[in-house]
Design a protein. Structure first.
Lengths: 118, 265
């Protein structure tokens, strides 16, 4: 198993940049992994069909929470369709770490929440 | 299921409060989350006083200790093969004969019938009544071999070996700042299961880092979400010992936890 606790993952976990709540969210969705108890909610604010602000909240392991923060940064500027077309493979590439199957669900939890947005 | 302030499980209090309305009580002999050794003889006696059928989950105890089923007077007992060095897909259901005789088959198929006509059927005797279809032959032979192996070593010896490792691990764990251990403080009421958390680190992250260090533990709800939530937690890390573990494994666990703290500092 590769070392998944690279510095950038730990930094995002300890000092997230997008953690919080929006008062004026246009869209939001949550996803939970009932097997482990991790939960992540994503909130998006749209202007002219583009994502201008993102906030997430939740509880879970370092991997799922760092992934939520990194995904939040990645989707700013995208349309909602573009954001929802981010694949699991792309999510793993954004994280820059080779997560084994045991942590795949943690790494893609925030993305699954994003995919649920309608 | 109730918890007292020590995280102990108050089965008897539950029986005394709700005994009138209960028909069956199902409880683990040993908690798979906390390692608590429940006072099973008292629970069973109390259940019988209320006319309640006692069903005991022994999946955590039979692999590790000598269990006197008749002595406990338990009505039903269950355990699984894969937790005692045996194969998956097989386990044991013990039941008192007079209760099993009153019960209808839950499954129909080959071997469980005596006579079949167009509009009726009669069932075979015990135990065939409950063993419909082709049995798990390979599984039964494998489980038999596992039981022979464990008995040749001796269940009391296995229990003592795990008790020694558990005491050693508990003594070491409580000395680490930032580690919380759950379950009874007194090792005499524990089996070889230790649930713990490392401050500021999610149990999955603890498990992942320990895994990299060659230490396999479990993390999460341990199939007991209501208990974990009742304890006000979202997950725990859980180390467990068996006959193949030794002091070096405890040392690797302690070293691994210190690595966890270093990574997350």
């Amino acid at each position: 198993m590769a070392d998944i606790y690279r510095q950038h993952i730990l930094d995002r976990y300890h000092t997230p940049q997008f953690r919080g709540a929006l008062n004026d969210a246009s869209l939001e969705a949550s996803e939970a992994n009932p097997l482990c108890g991790d939960k992540v909610s994503m909130q998006l604010k749209l202007e002219n069909d583009k994502i201008v602000t993102v906030a997430w909240c939740g509880e879970g392991c370092a991997v799922s929470l760092a992934a939520a923060d990194i995904l939040s940064e990645a989707v700013v500027g995208m349309t909602i369709e573009q954001a929802k077309s981010v694949t699991s493979d792309k999510m793993i590439a954004l994280l820059g770490v080779d997560f084994g199957p045991a942590r795949w669900k943690c790494a893609t939890l925030a993305l699954m929440a994003l995919h649920k947005i309608e | 299921m109730l918890l007292n302030k020590d995280g102990d499980q108050e089965w008897i209090g539950h029986l005394n409060r709700y005994g009138d309305s209960l028909k069956i009580i199902s409880f683990p002999q040993i908690s798979n989350v906390l390692g608590t050794v429940n006072p099973t003889a008292d629970i069973i006696e109390s259940a019988h006083r209320w006319g309640v059928i006692a069903v005991m989950d022994a999946a955590q105890s039979v692999p590790h200790a000598e269990i006197d089923v008749q002595g406990l007077d338990v009505d039903f007992m269950v355990f699984s093969g894969h937790k005692m060095l045996g194969p998956t897909g097989i386990g044991v259901v013990y039941g008192k004969k007079e209760l099993l005789e009153k019960m209808e088959p839950y499954q129909v198929g080959g071997e469980m019938i005596r006579e079949v006509s167009y509009d009726s059927a009669t069932w075979h005797d015990l135990p065939w009544k409950f063993e419909a279809g082709t049995p798990n032959i390979a599984g039964a032979i494998g489980l038999g071999a596992a039981i022979d192996y464990l008995q040749a070593i001796g269940m009391e010896q296995i229990w003592q070996h795990e008790a020694k490792l558990t005491r050693y691990a508990l003594d070491e764990l409580v000395q680490i700042d930032g580690v919380t251990v759950y379950g009874p403080a007194d090792a005499a009421y524990r089996s070889g299961v230790i649930s713990f958390n490392v401050e500021e680190v999610h149990a999955h992250d603890v498990a992942s880092i320990l895994d990299e260090e060659g230490v396999a533990i479990r993390s999460g709800f341990h199939c007991a979400q209501p208990l974990i939530e009742r304890m006000g937690l979202t997950s725990t890390a859980r180390a467990s010992f068996y006959l193949y573990n030794d002091d070096a494994d405890v040392e690797a666990l302690i070293k691994g936890i210190k690595k966890v703290q270093k990574v997350f500092r």
